[in-house]
Write a new protein. Sequence first.
Lengths: 469, 560
Amino acid sequence: MTGSLERVYRGAAAAGGPLLFLERTRRVALGEWVIVRMKGQADRRGQVIDAGEHATVVQLLDETVGLAPDRAEITLTGEVATTVVGQELLGRAFDGHGASADGLPAPIGEAVRTINGAAINPVRRARPLDFIETGVSAIDAMNTLVRGQKLPVFSGPGLPGLELAARIVEWSRAPRGEPFAVVFAAVGITARESREFVDRLRASGAMSRTVLYLNEAAHPAVERLLAPRLALTCAEFLAFERGIHVLVVIADMTHYCEALREIATAREEIPGRRGYPGYMYTDLASIYERAGIIRGRAGSITQIPILTMPDDDMTHPIPDLTGYITEGQIVLSRELHRRGISPPIDVLPSLSRLMSGGIGKGRTRAEHREWSDQLYATYARGREARTMAAIVGASGLPPADQRALKFADAFEENFIAQPGGRRTIDETFAAGWSLLAQLPRDDLLRISDATWQAHAALSTAPSAVAVPP
Amino acid sequence: MSDETPRIRRVAGSLVEVSPLRAALYELALVGDQKMLGEVIRQRGDLATLQVYEETTGLCVGEPVEVMGATLTAQLGPGLLGSVLDGIGRPLERVAEATGDFIAPGARADTLAADARWHFTATRSAGERVSGGDVLGTIEERPGMLHRVLVPPLVSGLLATLTSGEFTVTDPIGALADGTPLFLSHRWPVRTARPVLERLGSSRPFVTGQRVFDLFFPVAEGGNAIVPGGFGTGKTIIEQSLAKFAEADIVVYVGCGERGNEMTDVLTEFPALVDPRTGRPVMDRAVLIVNTSNMPVAAREASIYLGITVAEYFRDQGNRVALMIDSTSRWAEALREMAARLQEMPGEEGYPTYLANRLGQFFERSGRSKLLGSPAREGAVTIIGAISPPGGDFSEPVTQAALRVAGAMWALDAQLAHQRHYPAVDWETSFSLYAEQVAPWFTEHGGACWTALRQELMALLQKERELRDIASLVGPDALEDHDHLVIEAAAIVREVVLRQNAYHPHDAISSPQKTHALAAAALELLHKGEAQLSAGSPFSSIDLVPARRALMAMRDGETP
């Protein structure tokens, strides 16, 4: 849209919900940034989502209460939405528009970038292989996070999804002590949730390495579509132009999707499943795919989006489409939470697709894969036995199932639960092995003979690591 | 605007309305100042609607549009192997050279490198009559890999000149008497199937190297299979394993609307992985078409047509080609997105009413055929299409539409995936219509009584499920000794025969012989146990653990 200039129109044809309809506009561009002014009211900002000679649709990011379409003054800026980026943003807080929210003056920044980003050329991507030690055993052992991955947390109403994210931010250790930063986008969460998260960041001393974009529940809903994109634009600059390893936490993608649906309905589009628009997959991909590593550039973007599964239903379109795009998921369990297991991670439906590249000899430990498979298999068998025991009683189970059932209980209480705080990867391995050691060799068919013998030799040695509480 | 230049009147997502423009359906056009590639998908009066293959943000009403007079074509010729293309055939390396690490609109790049020189050896001579599909000569594209240069389909005449020597793909290598020049490459419209002489049946399987498919749900060469499964059930791993290990001369892999990092996996693995049958990197026999989920939707829609056209081109040279589509659902969603923007009346779940038709037409481009031209030869295209049903629910429109044309379904089950039983193929809902026609081949190359073995194993698994249902109602005490044996034996079959570790150096690929040996050994275990039971020993005295470990050692051993 080179050559486009700012044009001012008086009066729009119609307004409804978050949309403003203009008629007979000239040289409008898709995605063009719009400013709507009305006497005595704060300026409103918007974006062209349908550009036409006869009719143009503008999606407003601010509340439309009090907006009179025929009296508004509409400026088409000739620019697509942009934001200021730079290292000086670290330690700062912004609202969902990118305006200063911490009382400090607006940053000058190092560059101005369009917020929609562009797809990383797949041939320029580097393979994510660097293990991130999160200190959470359920993740490090069985759903390993690697740099450049997008690994969402599937939470439920009332489950501590954001708390888990805060814990990961606090506890994560980068492989080689390289520069890191956190970019947090609050999307439609309550002021209380957002404050708690920020307080934890502050307490852990990570605040000076953090950029906040806060769109809380009380803020305009349509702005939710913008906040994650601002956060990722900022993260891309830090990662790919300043060589920083950036962890992006977005909470909560469910509110994002609801805002998307609101716009789609206002435009009277044909709805897809449960009223969400048919292009939601593509739209979500334009956010989630902005994670990764680029060959020849030093930094990386790792994404931890958090979403709330409505009614704990993993087949709901929001978790479903997310799971199809992201590289796995960490699923929280209401049952574990109720029993006081913290973090309440259900490892059975959880998955990290990039785990294989990040584990093994030279990264974590040589036996990681089979060890983790064995923990998983025995736990799965124990969970099945638990269901069966509810019908026939534990004593009616075959002996191997009884052992697996006992294992499952111990696994949840001594491995998943971490009352003692952060565990190093060595502590996680020690905890896992000590649980497996209570089973007979014949119950552990996923462990190869070589590994078994190597471990037996190690654990009889005096230097064996003690099991943490 | 009084001039007659076609100009943009409206931009909505990837859709653009242009007037005054009278074009043919699917005609290509250059859209806007940046000359982005687009395609006419509707024409009403002098108003044309185009889908644009590139990111349209920033595209402005009033910018000019220019039609190109041709539909979307694939450039076919030497240099395709080992390349990585986007949905409309641009090599992604060249796009990166033009626009950097991030994809920006407006990059133009031909599929085949214009400066590469190939040594062409003519096998026909001037004065001969040639027609579409005739082999004019060969190029050794990679060591030991012959690329046959064909007379394009629909072209025929008297050969006036034909020269051996060094050529680029744009140098004429000869001409027909009527002046038609001949090249090492030609173009073909992607939405049109390349003609063949005759479609053939197939008694030869598409050997996947995966036990559960070869043994239980085989696909014939030239057949097609669909792989529906919710997220995390392992569709992509299956598609990649097949691309790496299945018996095919050429593999075309279409990453349609999927993850960027996954494609990086493919791009790092394929060049490093050696094909055990040829000793050359897998990448040497592969063409990758990559249109990730965040790349433009219209190009995603086109990507599978580019894929099948490339596959047909290699088939026409006499190859056995495997086409992997991951995932068909993302293509269907692209179709839905375009239909919604065109405000077409939707069918089920918002998908256009022609979804089933388009899908059927696409899958029907698979097949084993007698090919056009001389020398007489045969070739095949086998399609393996992954499907991503929302919520893992197979009753949704894309799965149902695909089921109507699929010859085999490998249904993936979330429950099995949660047990880390991979490939997570549900043996109760999966099916294959090819099992009988390929059984003789497997009996000959795998081992005796192939069909009987298959049936007995399936009966065993069926019986196990029934017994487990009973046990979960009334408790395991209600089961007889023989029932316990069945449950244990079935567990071993699932563990040793059906499970296969795609990352294990020896287990990743299983030859028909190994598949047969493992299956037979597992059944023998059951038979021995049954003999012991009938001799009066109680089940508790039978120790299956050593036999189970022996089988696992056999599975993970070095014999392929």
